[in-house]
Design a protein around this ligand. Structure first.
Ligand code: URP
Ligand code: ZN
Ligand code: ZN
Length: 460
């Protein structure tokens, strides 16, 4: 089956062209002016619209077991939400608990996704313990098509690794050519500060950020950077939220450390006052690292604009307000961490980034698609528009005006952190390898079209 997208303005990370795109089977086969539709081809008129490469979310949690509960989405719900919002590839964190068998965890995560996803997907393999079985499992998992790991320097007793494990994981990654993604916060500082706050009766959600101030994150980044420098491993800092952490990462990069930096859409558009909202409403905005003082937002936007920060993710971690966030009603340390945002990332980036002049269209495509594909061994199959690439395309309507609401979202969670926010522009047509999957806010595709993307390590 062929698909012809006519008259659109094609925007990639580094180019802007008015041209038609012909997709045959699963791939883009031709780009040019005035292309004729082959017999039987589906034709989409994209006049007045942008055509972007499918967006890639490099950091999501869909079914994460965490803090005594589970993230609420399934691949069925999350992949549809992703597609409606313009995201055509998901990279989920496969997060075994410290006591879990690594290979078994990988197989379980895979079983939850395979045949159940409407969009393509892959995983960062979590290493929450490093011993002989884990090492051999990681080697096996890399052979099955995984080229990145995930480690946590936070979450004491759950996912966090100690320094010996950190060192050995980075050495193994260096040997195998993997990228190590890392949650950087000093877990001891968090743990001690949480205990002090709770003992003082300071238990409301607004205390969450007091327990993990910017220096706690900066110390985590500094720590990872020291280990990366001495092992030569390629690293990727997930969810960087503040100036102090950015300065540590940039100083390491100056010294020659291989580090890629991710921030989140939440840190770009929300600040800590949202987590201080009265009546336990702030719990909806509890995530880690926490939302920061608003003075960090221009630092992050400018970092993106100037290429200091490479990617924008969501760290999508959906926990209901009723029944899940409320587990922490009398103790903020028990509020499951996460702000669901998978469906809204692209629209928020466009509305509050591009439309407000903070970044341009190319920086948006670069951070939410191209750099992700390049960093995680998916480029040029994903992350660009060129012959031979997968036909994952987003025909984006800049004239759309709407409002975000839990009532219309596809994410399986009982609130929207952006309820009532205005949106300017949204995906009009989204394709997955040449098939239309979403149209104007609705999923219309094949719910099982998504495939596991095998990746080959490139950092050796
Ligand atoms: O608050 C967050 N970020 N929740 C998800 C788990 C993680 O740390 O990425
Ligand atoms: Zn994290
Ligand atoms: Zn995460």
């Amino acid at each position: 089956m062929a698909l012809l997208i006519k008259n659109g303005e094609i925007i990639t990370a580094d180019s802007r062209t008015k041209a038609d795109i012909l997709c045959e089977g699963e791939t883009i086969t031709r780009i040019g002016a005035g292309l004729d539709a082959p017999a039987g081809a589906q034709v989409i008129d994209a006049a007045g619209k942008y055509v972007f490469p499918g967006f890639i979310d490099p950091h999501v949690h869909i079914t994460l077991p965490f803090m005594g509960t589970y993230a609420k989405d399934t691949y069925e719900t999350a992949s549809k939400a992703a597609l409606v919002g313009g995201t055509t590839t998901l990279i989920e964190m496969c997060c075994p608990a410290r006591s879990d068998d690594t290979l078994k965890a990988f197989e379980e995560w895979m079983a939850r996704a395979a045949g159940r996803s409407a969009c393509d997907f892959t995983f960062h393999m979590g290493v929450s313990r490093f011993d002989a079985p884990t090492e051999s499992h990681v080697r096996e998992i890399v052979g099955r098509g995984i080229s990145s790991l995930k480690i946590f320097l936070a979450y004491k007793g759950a996912f966090g690794v100690d320094d010996t494990e950190l060192y050995r994981t980075l050495k193994l990654a260096r040997e195998l050519g993997l990228v190590v993604t890392a949650h950087c916060e000093n877990e001891t500082l968090i743990f001690e500060r949480q205990k002090e706050l709770v003992a003082a009766g300071k238990t409301d959600p607004g205390r969450h950020h007091e327990s993990r101030p910017p220096r706690v994150e900066a110390e985590g980044v500094h720590h990872l950077m020291t280990f990366a420098e001495l092992t030569g491993a390629s690293t990727y800092i997930v969810h960087l939220s503040c100036r102090e952490a950015l300065e540590e990462a940039l100083a390491a990069r100056q010294r020659g450390v291989d580090v890629t930096i991710e921030t989140l859409i939440q840190y770009l558009v929300l600040d800590k006052t949202w987590a201080e909202r009265p009546g336990f409403e702030g719990a909806k905005y509890v995530m880690s690292p926490p939302l920061r003082d608003a003075s960090n937002q221009p630092v992050l936007w400018n970092g993106l604009r100037d290429g200091l920060i490479q990617t924008v993710a969501t760290d999508h971690a959906p926990f209901d307000f009723e029944g899940q966030k409320k587990m922490g009603i009398s103790d903020f340390t028990k509020i499951p961490n996460g702000i669901p945002s998978l469906e809204e990332r692209v629209n928020l980036l466009y509305t509050y980034g591009v439309k407000q002049g903070r970044i341009d269209l190319h920086a948006m495509v670069n951070a939410a698609s191209t750099q992700v594909a390049k960093t995680f061994d998916l480029f040029p199959r994903k992350g660009t528009i060129q012959p031979g690439a997968d036909a994952d395309l987003v025909v984006f309507d800049p004239a759309y005006r709407g409002v975000i609401s839990v009532k219309t979202q596809h994410m399986n969670v009982d609130y929207s952190a952006f309820e009532g926010w205005k949106i300017e522009g949204r995906p009009s047509v989204v394709t997955v390898r040449g098939e239309v999957a979403a149209r104007d806010g609705k999923f219309v595709g094949d719910p099982a079209r998504g495939r596991f993307l095998k990746r080959t390590p490139s950092r050796a």
